[in-house]
Design a protein around this ligand. Structure first.
Ligand SMILES: [Zn+2]
Length: 142
């Protein structure tokens, strides 16, 4: 590689031309690093930007990615989910009893919490039920 010095040619990114172009070295930072360079295309003088170190490009990509990540859809509240589940369920509610047996999707009527939908079976004796105000874990098959 040719030695760099003032007056010699070097490839640098040019901010105005947005390209890697031949530049004339105006001043040197140290023996191997140009400081100010003159663009042969637009005749502008600016700091030397090493075209082999694409730092600017990666930081732009990161900004775009984090911007997308923060644009989350608002999550539905428990009440909204409950309303939706209730409107879909046309079956008669089963009265809840610890001795009863329930499956996912069952509509149940709880003496304390009111009507709810069985969201999932946690294990043999536990079900997760969506009530209007919250999810609750109930026992069954006891
Ligand atoms: Zn230029």
């Amino acid at each position: 590689m040719a030695e760099l010095s003032v007056g010699k040619e070097v490839l640098s990114r040019c901010n105005k031309c947005k390209l890697t172009l031949a530049h004339t070295i105006v001043t040197m930072k140290d023996a191997k690093t140009p400081d100010k360079v003159l663009c042969k295309t637009c005749k502008g003088t600016h700091s030397f930007k090493d075209p082999s170190a694409p730092k600017a490009k990666t930081s732009v990509n990161k900004v775009i990615k984090s911007g997308r990540a923060s644009s989350k859809r608002p999550t539905e509240s428990v009440g909204e989910l409950w309303n939706k589940a209730m409107s879909k369920n046309t079956a008669n509610a089963k009265s809840y009893s610890i001795k009863g047996s329930f499956i996912t999707g069952d509509l149940i009527d709880h003496p304390t919490f009111g009507q709810g939908i069985v969201e999932k079976l946690i294990d043999n004796n536990k079900i997760e039920v969506l009530f209007q105000d919250d999810y609750r874990t109930l026992m069954h098959k006891k």
